[in-house]
Design a binder for this molecule. Sequence first.
Ligand code: NI
Length: 241
Amino acid sequence: MELARTNWPDVARYLERSSLLVIPVGSVEQHGPNGLIGTDHLVAEALALRVGESEGVMVAPTLAYGMSHHHLAFPGSTSLSPRTLILVVSEILSNFYRNGFRRFFFVNGHGGNDSSLKAAFSEFLLNHPEGRTTLANWWLLPEVMEKEKEFFGGVNGYHATCGEISVTWHLFPDRQSPIPPGQAPDPHHEWPLGAERFRSLYPDGRMGSDPSLATGEKGQVLYDIAFSVIRDRVREFGIAP
Ligand code: NI
């Protein structure tokens, strides 16, 4: 059930049986020389909508923009600052709460959002004691990481990973663009990084990955695993006391 495609009486009826809202969140940032700029929000949205359909839960419009300061030296990347993201998320939650939603499950596609999302949850929960918040970072789910290790060994990487590129190739097969083999530099032990510093350490935008190993078939397997784990978590979160 997509919130954007319902009307308010539909929402009022939904709220009689559930106060759960799933919210996809991602980023608009470079994903290496052959990864899609929208990777993080496109994958989060696809997972959230699939869960919404399978479980009959309401899915809010995707928050496509995230905290991507470190990617700003690449064309096509943009960002909210951490404090803006905290404000945007806490205000969206407070106002959905005001008209009846209580439980908020974020499906997140981007690591740079994690700390701001959790800070926003803390701000929101301070004044909304009946509120419940949680998030799933799909690429960090143990079940996903285990399969990525099996598929890609030590070259899955940390940004523009083989796994995330495979999932976008499954979702958008006409956007597949193979690249020659070769692992990008491994992550430097310095984080976070400024935009220019990031580009000097990771010149083509990838961190430690060799996306020549990406395939849509592997992407489908990873996507199905992420979906089933998140579906179970959403189910549990919706009924937890
Ligand atoms: Ni990503």
